[in-house]
Structures are given as structure tokens and as C-alpha cells.
Design a protein around this ligand. Structure first.
Ligand code: C2E
Ligand code: CA
Ligand code: CA
Length: 814
């Protein structure tokens, strides 16, 4: 709608501008006719010349239109032609009418086929030629009339007159531009400013060209010398500056576009730089999908005609393509600023920009695909558990201090299992789809909607007050009492809903969702429809407190240990490193999963101590391995809170120093979600770490949300595909797509890709085919205490990298 209205208004104002140009043309034409009619030189010329001089002058004009000089001077791109030279000859050897004829025929013969100007532009230019010549003849007639014989007077008059033609043409052009854009004086001033460099040169060239001919016509070739010289200088200068500028702008472009992995952001950055660099009016990128259909269009400076003719001299269209095929096209159009058309050099530059864009666009697509399929449920299109958790986490961290209430709701269908058993999975799936549709119709566009597998759904909403949230739950429940019609069946699926409100002052998504889950079970138990979470529903809290006390004791003693799980270079089947995984054997509860107690450590501030102990173990182990001739790296896991600690870098460096271990033996694994916490500080810490020489690995890749822009900014050397995708690689088509795309993306970004969760030999073989660099998982070895790990190193059928082996043969690592 608005776009239509915009184009309409634009078209109307353009029409008015064209009318103004016609009026201007008329004024100019009448003015020049009057001047020429009154010229004292009408029907004669200053010096006699044979008839064919008019042909030479016409050729001179043609040549000067073709021979356009480009010079880069300071920050300006100057473009000028030397039509002053043929004008100088015309003023001396031709009368005004033959001169005008030579100008029109000579110049238009070049301009018309090249620029294909619109009628108003053509007539305006012709009028401008006429008025330039008319005024020049007027000046020459007035000055030389007094001294008809003096060559000096002729040269001076010609120089002044050609100078004047330049000035007149500037005023004329500015007036024409004003018809379109308004603002006459600023335009004129700008034109004068550029001309102040070029006009004197052209005038001088013209004056110097005519002097030899005035002395003796046989000296004519001498007159060409200054033009030739000028041509040489500008060509040389032009080539140098052009090369310099090309490099600079291509470099700039790659810097801007690589900042993001969002297509919109990439193109919003790239297109203006491309139009600027090519001095074009408009640019557009049209992306096509593998079937060849238009997938998206982006443009700046107004639309570019999709069907513009490729041979249009003020249009360039180049393909954006990479080894994987064509991704789209880049088109630039229009040059109202520079008076030239696009040439071969411009096309080459456009191609270079397209080449720059191709890998970036490819990466953005890969990321989009990964992000989407990794985070969504295939059946209902809602977020999957992973996607929902991550999105809630992101919201909780990014939208702080908003008035109103944030709440998570868990919706569970009652008796869904019965439906599945009675009607079959096919109908069961349809029920889930229909139910999801119903929920979608009552929520707001900004609400998050997820499905946690089976018949459990979740919402994350923002409402003005708690009652609005409760009304939403009520609505969903009462809607669910209406039967769904599926084929010939009428199916009723009542829902139970649990609500938990986000607590001010930060809690994580998992906690919030867990609380709404508890509320949902309470609702189910009591058949009340929906329940809101209350602390007394949660019986696990005291247990957690006990755990915390025990953990504190464990950290003070020796109960925290570390296990090592080997990482192999897949292509060479060589063990190249190990991941350190923390272990805690609780005196009564037995082994507690790090997934559980790491959280407790984070919440209680004990994480710093925990990380320190793991780091100390890991670095000591590396020194033992090295002493035994094994050259293995070690990876440790950092928690989000470690990254906020400003002393982290010092802590790590002092540990490495203590055992005299070089920094590049240590890899720090960080998760995408930890990057969401306190971003600027986190990024600063990460940058300092990488500067210090330790390696960085992005753990659990594919499970995060909206962190893609960090990915590009992050100086990580390694990417770990999350084990949930890898372990089902051979079973699930979607997971294979994710793993393959992640490997591609990692390689595009120059990272080594690690697959974790490799549970068997076929998975490893498939990963080798997909070009994955490193593998880790139960299929290779379970995590082992160090003594057993060292025994494993000596007995494993895999090769183990040794200090004497050629490190550089294992390319995947660096
Ligand atoms: P993670 O960093 O993704 O570590 C890999 C986890 O996958 C380990 O679980 C490992 O035992 C398990 N794993 C390895 N191979 C396979 C496989 O083939 N199949 C399957 N299903 N699993 C496999 P673990 O040791 O229980 O650690 C769980 C998580 O706890 C880790 O996930 C990490 O996020 C965290 N964690 C472990 N140690 C530390 C630590 O020292 N500090 C911090 N901050 N977090 C740690
Ligand atoms: Ca890890
Ligand atoms: Ca992991």
C-alpha cells in the first residue's frame, strides 16, 4: 500500500521535473538563436579554412566525448572531457552555424547510441551545446572585432571563450539537476568546485592546441601533444588510484558483511557501500532458492528493474555464485552523479563484490537452516524443547525492566495416550496439530510457543498483569473442551495448564520452566484446569540446599576429580587431545551428574573454585602426558559465570605457568548460551583469552538461540556439534542435515569442527565422509580417570600424537 503510494508520488514529481526541463530547453534554444543571429561572425570565420575543416571538428567532438578523463583528486572523482579543444578550432576556422552542426553531429553520434537519453535529455543537451557555442562566438566576436589580425588576441579570446563555455555548461547542468532535486546554488557550487580543477586544464589544453595551427597549419600535429600528455598522465594516475580504491573498498566490504550472519543485516550494510563505491544510484540483490525461484529481494536507493536490459549502459548485473551454484544476482543502476556510463572496470568491481558476498550469504543461509531445524518441532512447527529453552533464556536476559509480567505456561493434554492407542498415531498427530493451531489463535505474535515432544506444550508470554495470564490459561482450557473434528471422529482433548511467573532479578529458563511444570502436575492431580506455582508445591528445594552444603565440603576436600575423554583427528585416526570432565562422588548419593551440580555451583558462587580445580587437574595431566611423550591438548569447560570474572585470564595464565605448559595446549569450551550473559564484558574476556594464545571452542553448537551474530565476532577456532545431533546422526535425516550444515558452516568460518557424542563406528565413518575434523564419544572411549586414560593411550588401536611426530601433518587442529 504505502509502497504503491510512494511510487505514485515519485512518478508524479518526476513528471513535473521533466516539464521543467522542457521549459528550460526552450528558453536556452531561443536565447542561443538570438545570440547566433546577431553574431558578427555569422556566415564567415576568423581565419579561412578548407570546407572539410567542419568534418575534422565534428570528429574532434566525437573523440572528445569518447575520451573521458577520470582523475581521483583528494576525495573527489573528477570526470571531464576536452570538448574545449574542438571548440577552440571551431571558433577560429568555422562560422557559428557550421560549428553548431559539427558539435551536434559529432557529440550526439557518440552520446545517443551510448546513453540512449530520453527525449527531454537529448533536446536539453543539444540546447546546451547551442548556447555554449553562441556565447563563445559572442565573446570572440566582441574581442577580436577590434584586432582582427592579431594572433595573440585570437588565442586570448579563444581561451576566454572556451573557459566561458565550460562555465555556461555548468550552470546549465546545475539548472537541469535542480529541476529534479531542487537546490540550485548548492548544486552549482558543487559543480563549480569540481570544475575549478578541471576547467583550467581543459582551457589551457585548448589554447595550446590552437597556437601551432595559427602559426602554420602544417604544425597541427604539434597541437595534439598537450592532449596526448594529459591523457598519459591521467591514465597512469587513474589506474593507480583505482587499484588502491578497489582494494580498499573490497576490504571495507568484507569487514562490514562479516560482522553478521543475518542476511538482512549483511545486505543492509553491503548495498550502500556498493552503490557508493560504484557511484551508482541504486543497487539490489535478488536471492534465488535452489529451484531458481526468487527467495528474497533487498535494495537501496529505490528499486532496480528486475527485467532491465543487461546491455543497458547504466546498469550492471552480475551473478552471485560459489562452488555450490548460483545464489542470486547483484544489480546496480543509474549514475546521475557521475556523467558517465558503467564500463568494463566497473563490471569487474561489481563481480568482485558479488564474490565477496557469496560466501557470506551462503553462511547466513546455512545458519538459518541449522537454526530453524535444530530449534523447531517438525510436526507442529512450534519451537522444540531446545528452541523453547533457549528462546526463553534469551528473553529473560534481554528484556529486563519491562513493566508487566513474564510467565511460562506448560500445557499438557489429558488422556492423549488413550487417543493415540484408540485411533492410531496418524489421528494422534492430527490432534496435536489441531490443538497447536487452536493455541496459536489465542496467543499474541510475540509469545513463544513450544512443544516438548509427546503431548506437552509450553508458552512464554508477557502480559500487563497476572490476571491476563490466568485469563489466557482459562481460555485455552475452555477451548479444549470443544471437540476437534478429525476425519469422521469427534475428539475431545482437555488440557491442564501450569503457570509460573518469572521472578524479578534473574533466574534461568530451566528454573522457570521447571516451576511451571510443577504447577501443571498440581493442576493435573487436582483436576482444576490450571494452577499457579507456589513454593510449597516444590519439594526439591531442601534437597538442593543439602547438595550445596555437601558440594562446599567436597570442594574443600579431595572429592572432586576429573575424567578425560579422548578427542581424535578423524582423517588420520590419531588421538590429539582430551576433554576434562568434572566428577563428584557424593558420600551417600553416589555419582552426581555434573549437569546437576554445576548448576548448584553456579547459583552459589562456588563455580570459580570448581573451575579452578578442574583447570589445575587438567594442566597437571597435560604435563604428565608430555613427560610420557604424548603431545595432547586438553579442553576444559567454562561456565557462563567464569566469563564474567575479570581475573579469569590471570587465573588461567598462572596455572599454565605453574606447570610450565604453553598456552596453546589449553582449549576452553564455552557454550553459546553463556555468551548471552553480560555480553560486552564477556566478549572482552574472551578476546583477552584468545590473545593470550589459548584456544576457544564453541560447545553444544546448535542448541543456542539468536547467538549467530556472536559467532562471527567470536574468535573461536573450534566448533563442537552438540551430541544430541551426532548420536542420532545415522537414524534421523534432519540431524544429518544439521551436522552436515554445521560442518560446512564451521569450515566456511575457518574453524575446526568436532563431533561429540560419537557412539559407534558407523557414525565415525559417516563423519569422516562429511569431512568432520575431530570426533569424541563413547564409541571411541568413555571419559576415564587419568591413570586409566594413560593406560588407554598405550593400548588403543588409534595412533596417539607424540612429541616427535610431525604436528603439522594433522591439519585439523590448526
Ligand atoms: P559437555 O561439555 O557437552 O560434555 C560432554 C558430555 O557428553 C559429558 O557428560 C560426556 O560424558 C558425555 N558424552 C561423551 N561421549 C558421549 C556419547 O558418546 N554419548 C553420550 N550420550 N554422551 C557422551 P558429563 O560428563 O555428564 O557432563 C555433562 C555436562 O556437564 C558437560 O557437557 C558440561 O556442560 C558440564 N561439565 C562437565 N564438566 C564440567 C566442568 O568441569 N565445568 C563446567 N562448567 N561444566 C562441566
Ligand atoms: Ca564440553
Ligand atoms: Ca558439548
Amino acid at each position: 500500500m504505502t509502497a504503491d503510494r510512494d511510487t505514485e508520488t515519485q512518478a508524479r514529481s518526476e513528471e513535473r521535473a521533466v516539464t521543467r526541463v522542457w521549459i528550460l530547453t526552450l528558453v536556452i534554444a531561443v536565447g542561443s538563436a538570438v545570440l547566433i543571429a546577431g553574431s558578427p561572425l555569422l556566415g564567415t570565420s576568423l581565419r579561412a579554412a578548407p570546407w572539410w575543416t567542419v568534418v575534422l571538428v565534428a570528429l574532434g567532438y566525437s573523440l572528445s566525448e569518447r575520451l573521458v578523463f577520470h582523475v581521483e583528486y583528494r576525495n573527489d572523482a573528477l570526470t571531464f572531457s576536452i570538448s574545449e579543444v574542438p571548440t577552440a578550432f571551431a571558433l577560429i576556422f568555422l562560422g557559428p552555424l557550421p560549428a553548431l552542426a559539427a558539435r551536434l553531429v559529432g557529440s550526439l553520434a557518440v552520446i545517443v547510441p551510448r546513453n540512449r537519453p530520453a527525449p527531454h535529455k537529448l533536446c536539453f543537451n543539444s540546447g546546451l551545446f547551442a548556447v555554449e557555442l553562441a556565447l563563445a562566438y559572442f565573446v570572440v566576436g566582441a574581442m577580436v572585432g577590434a584586432n582582427p589580425g592579431s594572433d595573440i588576441a585570437v588565442v586570448v579570446a579563444v581561451a576566454l571563450a572556451t573557459g566561458l563555455t565550460t562555465l555556461v555548461s555548468l550552470v546549465g547542468v546545475s539548472a537541469a539537476i535542480t529541476c529534479f532535486r531542487g537546490r540550485f546554488f548548492p548544486t552549482l557550487f558543487e559543480e563549480l568546485r569540481t570544475a575549478s580543477t578541471t576547467a583550467p586544464i581543459a582551457t589551457l589544453a585548448a589554447a595550446m592546441a590552437v597556437i601551432p595551427v595559427l602559426l602554420d597549419p602544417r604544425l597541427a600535429p604539434l597541437g595534439l601533444a598537450p592532449i596526448w600528455l594529459m591523457w598519459l598522465v591521467t591514465m597512469q594516475h587513474g589506474r593507480l588510484t583505482q587499484r588502491h580504491r578497489d582494494l580498499e573498498s573490497v576490504h571495507d566490504l568484507s569487514r562490514t558483511v562479516n560482522r553478521s550472519l543475518h542476511l538482512d543485516e549483511i545486505l543492509a550494510d553491503a548495498l550502500p557501500s556498493i552503490t557508493d563505491a560504484l557511484r551508482a544510484d541504486r543497487a539490489s540483490v535478488v536471492l534465488i532458492d535452489p529451484e531458481g525461484n526468487v527467495a528474497a529481494q533487498h535494495h537501496v536507493g529505490g528499486g532496480v528493474d528486475a527485467d532491465g536490459s543487461p546491455s543497458d549502459p547504466i546498469r550492471i548485473e552480475v551473478a552471485i555464485a560459489d562452488a555450490g551454484g548460483q545464489l542470486g544476482t547483484l544489480a546496480v543502476e543509474g549514475r546521475s552523479v557521475a556523467a558517465t556510463v558503467f564500463d568494463e572496470a566497473d563490471r569487474k568491481r561489481a563481480e568482485r563484490y558479488a564474490d565477496q558476498l557469496a560466501p557470506t550469504i551462503r553462511n547466513a543461509w546455512l545458519y538459518e537452516a541449522i537454526e530453524h531445524s535444530a530449534l523447531h518441532d517438525g510436526l507442529t512447527g512450534a519451537l522444540n524443547r531446545r528452541g523453547f529453552d533457549a528462546a526463553v533464556e534469551f528473553r529473560l536476559h534481554s528484556v529486563v525492566d519491562q513493566p508487566g509480567e513474564y510467565a511460562a505456561l506448560i500445557l499438557d493434554l489429558d488422556r492423549f495416550k488413550e487417543i493415540n492407542d484408540t485411533f492410531g498415531h496418524h489421528i494422534g498427530d492430527r490432534v496435536l496439530i489441531e490443538f497447536a493451531e487452536r493455541v496459536r489463535s489465542v496467543i499474541e505474535p510475540d509469545d513463544l510457543f513450544g512443544r516438548f515432544g509427546g503431548d506437552e506444550f509450553a508458552l512464554f508470554v508477557h502480559r500487563s498483569d497476572p490476571d491476563a495470564v490466568r485469563r489466557l490459561a482459562d481460555r485455552i482450557i475452555s477451548d479444549s473442551h470443544d471437540a476437534l473434528t478429525i476425519d469422521e471422529y469427534q475428539v475431545v482433548v482437555a488440557a491442564s495448564v501450569g503457570i509460573a511467573f518469572a521472578r524479578p532479578g534473574g533466574e534461568d529458563a530451566a528454573q522457570l520452566i521447571r516451576r511451571s511444570d510443577i504447577a501443571m502436575y498440581a493442576a493435573k492431580r487436582t483436576h482444576v484446569g490450571f494452577e499457579t506455582y507456589r513454593a510449597d508445591m516444590d519439594r526439591r528445594t531442601p534437597e538442593r540446599l543439602a547438595l550445596l552444603a555437601d558440594l562446599r565440603r567436597a570442594l574443600d576436600g579431595e572429592a572432586i576429580t576429573v575424567h578425560y575423554q579422548p578427542k581424535i583427528d578423524i582423517a588420520s585416526e590419531t588421538v590429539v587431545g582430551a576433554e576434562a570432565l568434572v566428577r563428584w562422588e557424593h558420600p551417600t548419593a553416589g555419582n552426581i551428574s555434573p549437569a546437576d551440580f554445576v548448576r548448584v555451583a553456579e547459583e552459589s558462587g562456588l563455580i570459580r573454585q570448581l573451575t579452578d580445580q578442574v583447570l589445575c587437574h587438567a594442566v597437571r595431566s597435560v604435563s604428565e602426558w608430555v613427560a610420557q611423550g604424548f603431545e595432547l591438548d586438553v579442553s576444559i569447560n567454562l561456565s557462563a559465570l567464569d566469563l564474567v570474572d575479570e581475573e579469569l585470564v590471570e587465573r588461567i595464565e598462572s596455572r599454565l605457568d605453574e606447570f610450565d605448559i604453553s598456552n596453546e595446549y589449553l582449549t576452553l569450551e564455552i557454550t553459546e548460551s553463556s555468551l548471552l550473559v553480560d555480553t560486552p564484558r564477556t566478549l572482552a574476556t574472551v578476546e583477552r583469552l584468545v590473545e593470550s594464545g589459548v584456544r576457544l571452542s564453541l560447545d553444544d553448537f546448535g542448541t543456542g538461540y539468536s547467538s549467530l551474530s556472536y559467532l562471527r565476532r567470536l574468535p573461536a577456532q573450534e566448533l563442537k556439534v552438540d551430541r544430541s545431533f551426532v548420536s542420532s546422526l545415522m537414524l534421523d535425516q534432519q540431524d544429518e542435515v544439521i551436522v552436515r550444515s554445521t560442518i560446512d558452516l564451521g569450515h566456511h568460518l575457518g574453524m575446526a569442527v568436532v563431533a561429540e557424542g560419537v557412539e559407534n563406528e558407523p557414525t565415525l565413518a559417516r563423519l569422516a565422509e562429511l569431512g568432520c575434523d575431530l570426533g569424541q564419544g563413547y564409541g571411541i572411549s568413555r571419559p576415564l580417570p587419568n591413570t586409566r586414560f594413560e593406560r588407554w593411550l598405550r593400548t588403543t588401536p588409534y595412533a596417539v600424537r607424540r612429541s616427535d611426530s610431525h604436528r603439522d601433518r594433522i591439519v585439523a587442529l590448526r
